[in-house]
Design a binder for this molecule. Structure first.
Ligand SMILES: [Mg+2]
Length: 315
C-alpha cells in the first residue's frame, strides 16, 4: 500500500525540491505551507510520516510538533524535523518533543531517502502490530477490543451525520453440545467456518467481529433495518448450508440472529453503543427462544433495559 508523507514547510521551493528528491519512492505527498494548515491536514489525511520545518514565520515547527503530539488523532504519526543549521540544541529539543529523526538542509539526496525509508519502515511495522492486536487469533475477524472501539466511533458518526447504523449479533446454536459431542477441535472448526462465512458476506464497509466465545457481531455502517435484515438472513442461510463433517459424519450447524438499528431508537438522546448492543442482544435472545436458526429484530424502545442479558450462556 502506498504510504503518505505530509510536508509542512513555509517555503514552496522546499516542497518542490522534496518532490523531486523523493520521486523514486512509491509515495503520495501532501503539502502544507504553514503550521496551522499542517495540523489540520495531518488530522484529516492521517499521513504515515510528517516532514516538519523548524523555522516558519507563525507557529514554529516545535510548536506544531507539540500540538501534533497533544492530540490523539495525530500523536502516533512520526515526525522528522527539517532543520537549517547544524544546531545541536535544536536537534535535541526536536527529539525531546517526540520527533523520530531530523534531516539537515540542504538535503543530501541519499541521506534524505535513507532516513525517510527507515521512518516509513518503522511506521509500517507499528501499524502491523497495532492491527494484529485487534484481530481474533482463531477466526481472523476483528476482536472484541476492536469491536468496542469501532462501534463507539460509528455511533458518534451516526449522531453527527444523522445516518442509520445497524448491528447484527449472532450466536452458534447448541455450541456447547457440539463441543461435547464432537470435541473442542471440531468446535474451533465450526467457529472458523462461521467466521469465514461472515468475512465473505460482509461488505467492505461492514465490520465483522468475534464478540466472544461462539458469539459474533457485524457492524453495518449507513445501513437501515431492512438492509441489515437482508444481510442477516443471507448469513443465516449460508451458515445453515455449511458442510461440516466430523469422523465421517455430517454435522449440521445453525446460528440465531438479533438485529438492531438506530432507526428503532425512539429517543435520539438514548442512542448509544450500549443501547445498540443491548437491543440486538435482546433480539438474539428472542430468536433463541422462538426456536433458534432464525433472525429477529429489536422492538422499538426508548430506554435501555436495566440489566443486560447474556444470551451466550446456556441457550
Ligand atoms: Mg522555513
Amino acid at each position: 500500500m502506498t504510504q503518505t508523507i505530509l510536508i509542512i514547510d513555509d517555503s514552496p521551493d522546499i516542497h518542490q525540491l522534496l518532490k523531486v528528491r523523493l520521486k523514486n519512492l512509491d509515495l503520495a505527498l501532501a503539502h502544507a505551507l504553514s503550521g496551522a494548515e499542517g495540523i489540520v491536514k495531518a488530522a484529516e489525511a492521517q499521513p504515515d510520516l510528517i516532514l516538519l520545518d523548524v523555522h516558519m514565520p507563525e507557529a514554529s515547527g516545535f510548536d506544531v510538533c507539540r500540538d501534533l503530539k497533544a492530540h490523539s488523532s495525530t500523536q502516533d504519526i512520526p515526525v522528522i524535523f527539517l532543520t537549517g543549521a547544524a544546531d545541536v540544541d535544536q536537534k535535541v529539543l526536536g527529539f525531546e518533543l517526540g520527533a523520530v529523526d531530523y534531516i539537515q538542509k540542504p538535503f543530501d539526496s541519499a541521506e534524505l531517502n535513507a532516513r525517510v525509508r527507515a521512518a516509513l519502515r518503522t511506521k509500517r511495522f507499528q501499524d502491523m502490530l497495532a492491527q494484529r492486536a485487534m484481530i481474533d487469533g482463531l477466526t481472523g475477524l476483528w476482536n472484541r477490543t476492536h469491536f468496542e472501539m469501532r462501534l463507539q466511533d460509528e455511533v458518534a458518526a451516526t449522531q453527527r451525520y444523522d445516518r442509520p447504523l445497524s448491528l447484527i449479533m449472532l450466536d452458534v446454536d447448541h455450541f456447547k453440545k457440539l463441543n461435547d459431542n464432537h470435541g473442542h477441535p471440531f468446535g474451533d472448526e465450526v467457529l472458523q467456518a462461521v467466521g469465514e462465512a461472515l468475512a465473505d458476506t460482509a461488505r467492505t464497509s461492514d465490520w465483522a467481529c468475534r464478540y466472544g466465545g461462539e458469539e459474533f457481531a457485524v457492524i453495518l455502517r449507513e445501513t437501515n433495518l431492512e438492509g441489515a435484515l437482508i444481510l442477516a438472513e443471507r448469513l443465516r442461510k449460508l451458515i445453515e448450508g455449511l458442510t461440516l463433517r466430523n469422523k465421517g459424519q455430517d454435522v449440521q450447524v445453525t446460528a440465531s440472529f438479533g438485529v438492531s438499528c438506530s432507526e428503532l431508537c425512539m429517543n435520539p438522546l438514548d442512542f448509544s453503543r450500549r443501547w445498540l448492543i443491548t437491543s440486538a442482544d435482546g433480539a438474539l435472545y428472542a430468536a433463541k427462544h422462538a426456536g433458534r436458526n432464525r433472525v429477529r429484530f429489536a422492538e422499538q424502545k426508548a430506554t435501555v433495559p436495566a440489566t443486560e442479558t447474556n444470551v451466550g450462556d446456556g441457550i
